[in-house]
Design a protein around this ligand. Structure first.
Ligand code: SF4
Length: 197
């Protein structure tokens, strides 16, 4: 439900997140998010999704443009979900758990938008909604597709380290990251803080 009345999302964040299987989270300023051309270099040289997905480069734009897009928001909610798999080395099994994380990510975006915030949502890894991405033809689900965090040149490991968020990773555990940038159009400024659920 959209509202034009200013609401304190900071006070609501613990209650909102308690409804979802979020493992850890932190609230930062977009200026605290580290961007690097090195990440883009890895996309270009080491990732098979490069130039094959709307959620990846070059479709998302240059790193500088991605950073400017993120800086247009007041805060960013960094959050993780954790999935259990039989064998984390089996990429198809690992990637299959992304859908659950994205359901949570979309729901959180809906919660923020419902309180009158505009949002930009990023998620770990390339979009997997379609078996084969329509790129370079128009995206089939632009309302559901979520750009990849790394595609923006963002250093997720550095964010995790700075926020005290852990990368739970072993042969049976996968940690998924989400970044929800948000801004209240009328200048609402909740103070940044860091929390663990
Ligand atoms: S929804 Fe489909 S077409 Fe759009 S980015 Fe994802 S995989 Fe590609």
């Amino acid at each position: 439900m959209q509202t034009s009345e200013k609401q304190d999302i900071t006070a609501d964040i613990p209650a909102i997140l308690s409804q979802y299987p979020v493992c850890q989270y932190a609230v930062l300023r977009p200026q605290e998010i580290p961007f690097s051309e090195k990440v883009r270099h890895i996309c270009r040289t080491d990732c098979e999704r490069y130039a094959r997905s709307w959620s990846c480069p070059p479709a998302v734009g240059e790193v500088k443009a991605c950073r400017e897009r993120c800086l247009d928001y007041e805060h960013v909610l960094v959050f993780t979900t954790v999935a259990e798999v039989a064998d984390a080395q089996v990429m198809t099994e690992t990637l299959a758990t992304r859908a659950g994380h994205e359901e949570v990510a979309r729901a959180l975006k809906g919660e923020f938008e419902g309180r009158g915030y505009r949002c930009l949502l990023l998620s770990t890894e390339s979009c997997q909604i379609c078996e084969t991405c329509a790129y370079p033809n128009p995206c089939r689900h632009p309302d559901r597709a979520i750009p990849c965090v790394e595609s923006y040149g963002i250093l997720v490991t550095e964010i995790a380290e700075n926020c005290g968020i852990e990368f739970y990773s072993d042969s049976h555990t996968v940690t998924w990251f989400g970044l929800l940038f948000y801004a209240w159009e009328n200048g609402h400024n909740p103070p940044p803080g860091s929390y663990t659920m």
